[in-house]
Write a protein that binds this ligand. Structure first.
Ligand code: ADP
Ligand code: MG
Length: 506
């Protein structure tokens, strides 16, 4: 079975490519085309995934997890019914649920092997990508490719077929905003620049609408104290999202609220919603400006196509604001399924042509560099991260740099590879995070200042590999390295065992 998976921050989805070459989104056990990315551990032997998990977690938050995508690649453990879980294992449970949906919908055998294209944000670094691989492995999925979400969206919109053109992807989801400039080349789409805000999305609108509704209730019923009523506030939050979505279809949608014996109908229309969220829209536009100027620095003078992705772009104010800013009518078609449909298209291409022919290329999401630490040197020397593989370089990328030993006869060198952590690359170690740590051992006796060649390679899947060479002897040194924050072999086995005993329900 070959599928495309959108493993989203708030919603996930699965799709297959039909015999007609058109992707179709497969629904879950509840008939929904997208599944909330929420897991609820209801007993030691079973978990809920999706809408049921979201409802259960609302009343019993201690046994539920949402937004785990934000934790991918972090060292982070959660205990449920005495079993330790990680972002990888929790994501694996969401993936398992999606795979079960796909098997049920396509009539595949439960035991059939699954190969998938899984989408990841364009800014995902090595650790997040490795964590996504681990999650897939734990779910028994063979990953055909980790595809950048904006590239998947371009495949869905069919804008990846005009070589020489450029595309701006505007993706406003539930909890994140991402925008990317793609350059379409003969061999596929390439990410030129990407930017975003991981704390900006539809949930911000929901919160504002909930505040507005609660305030309106309190104003209409001055003797009531709705802010003290947990259950009331919870219900207002749910109805806020429903009302917001309804306003994508119609101009006005009064909301009835009830607390105790009191009932208030709050008038709510598009212009109110637009006012409530106008600064949020402005924040997305400021990021669009930033990604455009970054793309301009790379020779992109003009954007030919603008495509909207993510459930929140169904709000009419978004297309209007983007058009006003960019002077171009954006494309808007099935935006909550754009990414998963693109993933299915890509999966079909890979399955048909084999992995050798690639129609999409991506770039290094963040700059990488090394900090070499002489294990014999006195501590306290200045440490800087020297970036050798630069942000936005096309993948696969590689760079070889020479570093020198510090003391005579030094037989080992500690090699630490860092990835840019902040918005902009900086040589300050504090503005970077470590992704690999290893020791080159068994150096022949060398004078101080002897060169060591270090090669960093980032593969098309975004995986980082390091090789080191001592040029005089020509020996290629084996670098034993591990990836920080990503589960290692032993804990993978432990997690796999823990997951093996869990039944996934919806
Ligand atoms: P993710 O961030 O997980 O990729 P999605 O792209 O599926 O999520 O977007 C989910 C968000 O889209 C939620 O905040 C949801 O409220 C919002 N949304 C879904 N449908 C609509 C709609 N018709 N109008 C406005 N917002 C919507
Ligand atoms: Mg998304």
């Amino acid at each position: 079975m070959i599928i495309g998976i959108d493993l989203g921050t708030t919603f996930s989805a699965v799709a297959v490519l039909g015999a007609d070459g058109e992707p179709s989104v497969l629904s879950n056990g509840l008939g929904e085309s997208t599944t909330p990315s929420v897991v609820y551990f209801d007993s030691p032997g079973s978990v809920l995934v999706g809408t049921a998990a979201r409802d259960a977690a609302a009343v019993d938050p201690d046994n539920g997890v949402a937004l785990v995508k934000r934790r991918m690649g972090e060292e982070f453990e959660l205990l449920f019914h005495g079993t330790a879980h990680t972002p990888e294992s929790i994501s694996a449970l969401i993936l398992r649920s999606l795979v079960e949906d796909a098997k049920r919908q396509t009539g595949a055998d439960a035991g059939e092997e699954v190969r998938a294209v899984i989408t990841v944000p364009a800014y995902f670094g090595v650790r997040e990508r490795e964590a996504t691989f681990q999650a897939a492995r734990l779910a028994g999925i063979e990953v055909l490719e980790l595809l950048a979400e904006p590239v998947a969206a371009a495949l869905h919109y069919g804008v990846a077929a005009r070589p020489g053109s450029t595309v701006l992807v505007y993706d406003l989801g539930g909890g994140t905003f991402d925008t990317t400039v793609l350059r379409i080349q003969r061999d596929g789409a390439q990410v030129v620049a990407t930017d975003g805000d991981s704390r900006l999305g539809g949930a911000d609108w929901d919160e504002r609408v909930a505040d507005f509704l609660t305030q309106s209730f309190a104003a209409a019923e001055p003797d009531s104290d709705p802010y003290d009523e947990e259950l009331f506030l919870h219900e207002v939050r749910l109805i806020a999202e429903v009302a917001k979505k309804d306003l994508s279809e119609r101009a006005s949608r009064p909301v009835s609220l009830r607390l105790g014996g009191r009932r208030v109908t709050v008038p709510f229309d598009r212009s109110t919603l637009t006012g409530i969220g106008s600064d949020l829209v402005d924040r997305t536009l400021a990021i669009v400006d930033r990604v455009l100027s970054s793309a301009e620095g790379k020779g992109i003078r003009q954007v030919h196509e603008v495509v909207l992705v993510g459930g929140s772009t169904r709000m009419p104010v978004i297309a209007a604001a983007v058009e006003a800013r960019l002077g171009r009518t954006p494309r808007l078609l099935d935006p909550d399924h754009a990414v998963v449909r693109g993933a299915a298209i890509r999966a079909g291409e890979l399955a048909g042509a084999g992995r050798a022919s690639r129609s999409t290329r991506s770039v290094v999401p963040r700059s990488f560099g090394v900090l070499i630490d002489d294990s014999h040197a006195p501590s306290g020397d200045r440490r800087v991260v020297v970036h050798t593989v630069h942000r936005n370089a096309p993948l696969p990328a590689a760079a070889t740099t020479e570093f020198c030993t510090i003391v005579a006869g030094q037989d080992s060198v500690r090699v630490q590879v860092f990835e840019q952590a902040g918005e902009l690359p900086s040589e300050d170690p504090a503005a970077n995070r470590r992704v690999l740590d290893g020791e080159l051992t068994g150096l022949p006796p060398l004078p101080a200042g002897s060169p060591i060649e270090l090669t960093l390679r980032v593969s098309e899947d975004g995986l980082l590999r390091v090789t080191a060479r001592e040029p005089r002897s020509g020996t290629v040194l084996e670098l034993e390295a591990y990836m920080d924050g990503v589960v290692d072999g032993e804990s993978t086995r432990r997690l796999a065992t823990a997951l093996g005993t869990l039944t996934v329900r919806q």
